[in-house]
Design a protein around this ligand. Structure first.
Ligand SMILES: Nc1ccn([C@@H]2O[C@H](COP(=O)(O)OP(=O)(O)OP(=O)(O)O)[C@@H](O)[C@H]2O)c(=O)n1
Ligand SMILES: C[C@](O)(CO)[C@H](O)COP(=O)(O)O
Length: 231
């Protein structure tokens, strides 16, 4: 089988924490939908041969139009997602035909080419990898408004995307999770429970997931999405 690398970009969430009428992935950032910035980062990357975009059920046609309008020629399919991120990823995985898959949030437009490379190369070396950054704050476990414990920060990382796997292994893990009713918040947690060892690659604090309104301020006023950078 070839060493081809595909990407599943998930953008079927509702963005309830953002609180806007329009789902956050379709909001304009520097005049372009956020999800288009994200797609451009993968479209431009020489390693990526194919992209599956997973969107809201009622947004498939609009997204197909953007795929045409923005020249996103690597997008092989635009599919409706499911009720949880995990269901949306699963639908995307089933539509992909490459050896490797990089799963990425449609609302992380600041991912850089070097980070995509580093994540892929580590997965190729070890089997699976995620981008992440060490947590900067002290983290406490809280119950009923009261501190229960203070875990040692030196072993805590904030996990990002992309997350890279052999497609066949991740699909098997997703199928097992579905059979057993497990729902996790990222792809690594699905893989971990199937015994896949996942390596951590240090990414960047700028690779934020646009989640709440202050993230939009960061997005507008700090660095440019990676698709717009010249270097
Ligand atoms: N059913 C879902 C839920 C989430 N996502 C995608 O997963 C990524 C990360 O999810 P998150 O930031 O939690 O997005 P939302 O679920 O939209 O946000 P919220 O939890 O605030 O509603 C986003 O690109 C989102 O569109 C998805 O494809 N399908
Ligand atoms: C996959 C992820 O981006 C890792 O941080 C994240 O878990 C997905 O979004 P959510 O906010 O946890 O639903």
């Amino acid at each position: 089988m070839s060493n081809a690398v595909g990407a599943v970009i998930v953008a079927a969430g509702r963005g309830t924490r953002m609180g806007t009428a329009e789902s956050k992935q379709y909001l304009l950032l520097r005049g372009k939908p956020i999800v288009v910035h994200t797609l451009e980062a993968f479209q431009r990357h020489e390693r990526i041969s194919e992209i599956i975009l997973v969107t809201g059920e009622g947004e498939v046609e609009r997204c197909k139009e953007w795929v045409q309008a923005y020249g996103l020629t690597k997008v092989a399919a635009v599919l409706p997602g499911g009720s949880e991120r995990q269901h949306s990823v699963h639908r995307g995985l089933k539509a992909l035909g490459t050896e490797w898959v990089m799963v990425h949030d449609g609302v992380r437009p600041f991912v850089e080419a070097a980070q995509i490379d580093a994540c892929f190369l580590e997965a190729q070396r070890t089997g699976a990898s995620v981008l992440a950054v060490p947590v900067k704050d002290t983290i406490k476990q809280v119950d009923g408004g009261v501190v229960v414990s203070t875990p040692d920060r030196s072993s805590l990382w904030a996990i990002q995307t992309p997350q890279t796997f052999r497609l066949s292994e991740l699909l098997a893990a997703y199928e097992s999770a579905e059979r057993e009713g497990f729902v996790g918040t990222d792809d690594s947690s699905v893989a971990e429970r199937s015994g896949i060892r996942v390596a951590v690659v240090e990414g960047s604090y700028a690779n934020i997931k646009i989640t709440t309104p202050e993230d939009l301020d960061f997005a507008e006023f700090t660095s440019k999405p990676s698709g717009e950078r010249t270097s």
